[in-house]
Design a protein around this ligand. Structure first.
Ligand code: GAL
Length: 437
């Protein structure tokens, strides 16, 4: 893993690496203090409920959530699970609904957030979620969660939220038959990718499937990574890479070129629609996080026959990650139910049920690899051996204001194709919301 990445993030996260044992006494009160064996709890919690908020409503995502709800239901028979999921990939709709509920003082008991700046820079700083140090102590989670992840869910000595998975953002999915029919090898570099897409385009095949705007931001972050390399990419988020530099101009030129290979109806397609174009043979490539693997599992497709995968061009050896992490709301209407949910989300049984279906690997380090399919086993190996960088679209490297400024600049760029104007807007975004002040 890249030491620079982790040290930068740790710095961004206000030096919040935690030695739990040293600060347990200073932690705010948490429901874990009343921790009791599950059976006793379920009796005590008669008529109890928990409302859990996410955006997992379909395409492999709901199946993963359902698998974890089943584990929850078996363990907490008397707690009603209220599924408050709001549809829309990457939480574009859900996060707006969540923001208005929080604003109105009507929080769900627990919601899905992303480890990193989204969690720390938005919910912790906003005083909207509880610290969970006591639950971590009681459940022994510090020993089973990756050391590298703890700083991304910590602030000033407290741990916030329970990571349920690790997803990979920089995956290029492809249709093996479309590639071989056109004599195209799986590209590993940006230049190889452009050459492959020229061949496919000349043959009348859509080279790259693309969907709505957040998937375009997702594509942008992977092109920045592939074009700049992981050190310079990581530097974008800690201020050590100059957004006005020639290397960023070159990366944005690459992005502009990549867009010329995409379908014209991108804006109206969901991420599942774009994934579908590849397996239907209507497009050769799609860049998407590995929740696409969950979708392909749900469609009962065969790995390396119906779909193949490789790191996005230029990012071989880099694992650009994100982690879904469940919170406990300040003012949760059902704190006991929320604690029960968090226990399941952090448990081996919960994570082993959820992840093989969701298309992610466990956040916990002790899950049984044999439960996972071929793609996810390869992801586990890469997570353990690759350099690690963080995702922009999915909350790791930038807080919500910075990300939203970048997203606005992207929208203008896609409409107008002005690379210089795009770069100026990105420089300005780093100055107003990032570390470039
Ligand atoms: C991400 C989330 C994933 C997946 C994806 C597409 O932000 O972390 O779990 O749901 O959005 O909706």
């Amino acid at each position: 893993m890249s030491k620079k990445f982790w040290s930068s993030l740790i710095a961004i996260l206000l030096l919040s690496a935690v030695v739990l044992t040293a600060c347990g006494g200073a932690a705010p009160e948490s429901p874990a203090e009343e921790a009791a064996p599950a059976e006793e709890e379920s009796m005590e919690m008669e008529d109890a409920q928990v409302e859990v908020f996410s955006w997992w409503t379909g395409g492999g995502e709901a199946a993963g959530l359902d698998a974890m709800i089943e584990v929850f239901g078996a363990e907490y028979t008397d707690v009603e699970f209220v599924n408050a999921a709001v549809a829309g990939g990457a939480g574009t709709n859900a996060r707006a609904v969540l923001a208005s509920r929080l604003q109105a003082g009507d929080p769900p008991d627990s919601w899905q957030g992303h480890a990193g700046q989204e969690l720390i820079g938005t919910y912790v700083v906003g005083g909207q979620i509880e610290a969970l140090n006591d639950l971590y102590d009681a459940e022994g989670w510090v020993d089973v969660m990756p050391e590298t992840l703890i700083p991304l869910i910590s602030h000033e000595g407290n741990i916030y939220s329970v990571p349920v998975n690790i997803h990979r953002a920089n995956v290029m999915w492809y249709n093996p038959t479309v590639l071989s029919d056109n004599g195209v090898e799986v590209p590993a570099t940006m230049d190889e990718w452009f050459a492959a897409m020229d061949t496919l385009q000349a043959a009348g095949v859509t080279p790259l499937a693309l969907g709505e705007q957040w998937t375009q931001l997702h594509l942008l972050e992977t092109v920045l990574l592939g074009s700049l390399g992981s050190d310079a990419y990581d530097g974008l988020w800690d201020g050590s890479t100059d957004w006005a530099s020639a290397e960023v101009t070159a990366a944005l030129d690459d992005f502009a070129k990549v867009l010329t290979y995409t379908n014209s109806d991108a804006a109206s397609l969901s991420w599942q629609d774009a994934s579908q174009l590849v397996v239907n043979g209507d497009a050769a490539f799609n860049v998407m996080g590995d929740w696409a693997a969950g979708y392909y599992i749900e469609l009962e497709l065969t790995a390396m026959e119906d779909y193949g995968w490789a790191p996005t061009p230029g990012s071989v050896g880099v694992f650009q990650f994100l982690s879904d992490s469940f919170t406990l709301a300040v003012g949760a209407p059902h704190p006991e139910g929320a604690e029960a949910w968090l226990k399941v989300a952090g448990s081996k049984a919960g994570q082993e049920a959820f992840n093989p279906v969701k298309g992610s690997i466990c956040a916990r380090t002790d899950c049984d690899p044999s439960l996972f399919g071929e793609y996810l086993q390869s992801a586990m190996e890469d997570w353990g051996s690759n350099t690690v960088s963080g995702s922009l679209t999915h909350g790791v490297v930038a807080n919500d204001s910075w990300k939203s400024e970048i997203d606005t600049a992207l929208g203008l760029f896609v409409a107008g194709q002005d690379v210089a104007g795009f770069q100026d807007a990105l420089v300005a975004a780093c100055a107003s919301s990032g570390p470039c002040k």
